[in-house]
Design a protein around this ligand. Sequence first.
Ligand code: BES
Ligand code: MN
Ligand code: ZN
Length: 483
Amino acid sequence: MGLILDIVRSAPRNADAIGVPVAAEGVVPRSLGMSRAALAANGFEGKAGQTLVIPSATGPTHIAVGIGKSGELTVSVLRNAAAAFARAAGRRANLATWLADVDGVDARAAAQAVVEGVALANYRYVGLKNDKTGSPAAVLALIVGQARTDAARTGADRGGVIADAACLARELANTPPAYLTARMLADRAVAMAATAGLDVEVFNRDQLKAMGCGGIVGVNAGSVEPPRMVRLTYTPKKPTGHVVLVGKGVTYDSGGISLKPSDAFHVVMKMDMSGAAAVLATMSTLKALKCRVAVTGYLMCTDNMPSGSALKLGDVLTMRNGKTVEIHNTDAEGRLILADGLSLAAESKPDAIVDIATLTGAAVAALGEKMAAVLGNNQAWVDQVRAAGARTDEATWQLPLAREYRKLLDSNVADMRNIGGPYAGTITASLFLDEFTAGVPWAHIDMAGTMKADSDDAWLAKGATGYGTRLMIDLVTNFAPVR
Ligand code: BES
Ligand code: MN
Ligand code: ZN
């Protein structure tokens, strides 16, 4: 993984393809060797995301890359345009692109966006195919003038770190369940921590039981694979705050005794650990990005399986914070493991908590695959989460934490049950989680819809999206105290 990045002053002669940004109006760069009329005659108008490959008998292929109207140019447009360039470059390995010099986007942000766009579009999951032909591009050079070199270097390096993290999250989520059990996911976290300058602790089943983490132990009851909880800690010198991230790491969600039907949709339940993958990936960047707040990450890892020892309907679990939960559906397992993670998070009295989880089909029904649901107990914190997602182009939409639905969780035998009624499933799941946050500012990201893409689309690659990784990196590196 990872592109070799370079900052250069003129087009490298050995490049296989050179991207040339072209706006929808104004002058066409001379290096393209084509007039606007000639481009238009070939169907290229400079619209954002349009590309035109200009064949050449010798030397690099030039690719016109549309960036739209200059007044409408944003970081997101540049990221998309860079992704379109990478796709148009096909299997060429050695890429270079001019960095558009435009008002409103400084060189640092532009370079970061271009590197992210190319690297994310370049991602391929090779997996277990015998044909190991993977990501095409190996080198990306940004061509910029002297005045913008330093800023471009900083932005490009940042973009490289962030895109690698998102690709790591994709790689983990794309991995088949037998190749990524809870133990293996924990091993991956330990290996990552060693190179990323983080402290790491791994908790096994006995330890989790002794800690009173009845949620994760209960969900794991039907499995032959033991659970793991991983705590990753990043501590900078003189931290300006403390944020805790909690990720749902269900390495396979069969539904348990409330077994899911074996339709095509459930093949993707290997991706039910996408939240934990995003937290792991986020943590991997913090030292490199010189994040100024302390960040703790909890990965709550287990699969959810039916068996003679599995959780039953009517069973009651006692969670880490002492609250009791009556099980009405073993497929509502994510909230059970998050309950323990959130309880532990709240105990450390951080400034804020975020959890991220592929939690409810209801979020997919409500918002589809292009935006995640966000809910929380503190509007300023929810706003920060949403602002981060807007900057990284990982869309969110807020749903209300509507207390009037809390009674749907009432149980006759325990403090609550683990499902609400047939409607508002994302909201009732969030009301459940809220019981474990002890009033600490908390936001919940339900990424059930955004965990996968059905086709390649701009910087998205078919399969796991790595959603939330770039959002959380942006969030913690731009953290402003709430409360
Ligand atoms: N992992 C699923 C949610 C999910 C659905 C993620 C689709 C990605 C795509 C979760 O554990 C689940 O099964 N939720 C149930 C909850 C219900 C039983 C209250 C659901 O949404 O159906
Ligand atoms: Mn489930
Ligand atoms: Zn699940």
